[in-house]
Ligand binder design. Structure first.
Ligand code: ADP
Length: 188
């Protein structure tokens, strides 16, 4: 069996990460670990976590680092994450989460952190159009603001560790997939 591939993917809300993650799973056989999907599942199942997270998510705010770090630690300890590797989507979103991730991974080094780069004006237009339940205009604005203030520094954190690869996220779906495959293949 091939060696596990460990990736983090970044992109503003509405950058098309979800779609491209499906392609990465097909191509590299990794597990797609999306903290947004995990939280939405918890909300639907009305678990204790879901009940706590719902209001925070509806407002477009960030769920607390301690909660998020715990969820991700548990998920990354599962078998598939260890055998096939993973593409981690939606985490880390703060420097504290990036530091926790380093600790959680221990000797399991990341191959790269991919930034799917789509300009702010473009993602704003796309998000206003897609109409997901948590996509109210206020929540959209708030999430994009938090991306700049909290997550932008995380990109710099990865760049300083020579892990950041920026991929142009404008183009057809297939073009972007090809760019992503090439960027990742160069690192694994
Ligand atoms: P988006 O559609 O904004 O890219 P996600 O699907 O990744 O968002 O996450 C949806 C919501 O879940 C976020 O707005 C936030 O409230 C919460 N969330 C997801 N991941 C994290 C995280 N790593 N830290 C804090 N909150 C998170």
């Amino acid at each position: 069996m091939s060696n596990p591939i460990r990736l983090v993917i970044f992109g503003r809300q509405g950058a098309g990460k979800g779609t491209q993650c499906v392609r990465l799973v097909e191509r590299f056989g990794v597990a797609h670990i999306s903290t947004g999907d995990m939280l939405r599942a918890a909300v639907t199942a009305e678990t204790e976590l879901g009940l706590k997270a719902k209001a925070v998510m509806d407002a477009g705010n960030l769920v607390g680092d301690d909660i998020m770090n715990g969820i991700v630690r548990e998920r990354l300890d599962e078998d598939d994450a260890n055998t096939t590797g993973f593409v981690l989507d939606g985490f880390p979103r703060t420097i504290a989460q990036a530091e926790a991730l380093t600790q959680i991974l221990g000797t399991r080094a990341l191959h790269g952190a991919v930034n799917l780069d789509v300009p702010l004006e473009e993602v704003t237009a796309r998000m206003m159009a897609r109409g997901r339940a948590d996509d109210t205009p206020d929540a959209i604005t708030r999430r994009l603001e938090l991306y700049e203030s909290e997550t932008r520094p995380v990109l710099e954190w990865f760049a300083a560790r020579d892990l950041l690869v920026t991929v142009d996220g404008l183009g057809t779906e297939a073009e972007i997939t090809e760019r992503l495959f090439a960027a990742i293949a160069a690192r694994v």
